[in-house]
Design a protein around this ligand. Sequence first.
Ligand code: ATP
Ligand code: MG
Length: 320
Amino acid sequence: MPELPVAGKIITAQNLVKRYNGKAVVDGIDFHVHRGECFGILGPNGAGKTTTVRMIYGLSPISDGELMVLDMDANRCSREIRKQLGVVSQDNNLDPDLTVWENLVMFARYYGLQPAHIREHLQKLLTLMDLANRSHTRVETLSGGMKRRLAIARSLINNPALLILDEPTTGLDPQARHLVWQQLRSIKKQKITILLTTHYLEEATKLCDRLIIMDHGRILDEGTPPELVEKHVGPEVLELGLKEDPARWQESIISRYPKLLKDSWLLGNTLYLYTNHGGKLLQEIQEITPPCQYHLLRATTLEDVFLKLTGKELGATDVE
Ligand SMILES: Nc1ncnc2c1ncn2[C@@H]1O[C@H](COP(=O)(O)OP(=O)(O)OP(=O)(O)O)[C@@H](O)[C@H]1O
Ligand SMILES: [Mg+2]
């Protein structure tokens, strides 16, 4: 195993900036990734997730700020850093004409490892990723999920100190996605530090110990999934699918029940009422009979946090 930094911080980004043609697509972000954790970057298309991880694995020089990876400067030591990383990029980047086994062996050679010596290691990786019976299958004929699992197996060949997964399950069907999550949980148990980007809220909730929510190149907030839920939306939400005047109903409900409401958010005709007192709020609302197509009282999730944070951010951008 490579030697790990003593300080326990695998990545430190301070005021990190990436500009393309003078435009900042990563716009002064700060975060740390601690040793042994699974850290997530959650954000919609174009948020700057891939750009951020490409700077971490040295494929894209930073424009400004500071980025330390494994105690090394990302701009000056990119080769050294890369040797200690496992990377699964957004496109699997496998050789379709070779078999599963040949793909692994080719990568092992790239790292200067002798296949004869690491046969057992490669077999273990295939077993871990549930591909042991596919060794001789040509990659071209594998399903999307299998390709992804092979890319993950390949990223572990050099026993990385940090595993970077850029949208590990995008484009997979739900069953394949669940299988990848299962395998990533096994990897997590081995205490490998993981940095993963995703735009799936369920993925972030299931896998990440801590995460940042990013949009338009900026960090909107950071925390564990339960912390973010508690901070922004509280435990419950009452959704009202309003038939008419949603903005007026929102205003009226806010002014009537200031003590029952933690916050509210209107998206189209759907009014989200965040609350610590779901039962009581529902009872009160039923008495004033707003014209609803449906109502739903449910536990909040990271999805509500995301909606609220990115919605506000988008709103702010529209005003600028
Ligand atoms: N090489 C480049 N030249 C110019 N602009 C770029 C380049 N790479 C990325 N961008 C822009 O930077 C922004 C962030 O892109 P990035 O790929 O980091 O987003 P992302 O969060 O990974 O999105 P997705 O979920 O679609 O993968 C986008 O507006 C994109 O068009
Ligand atoms: Mg991306």
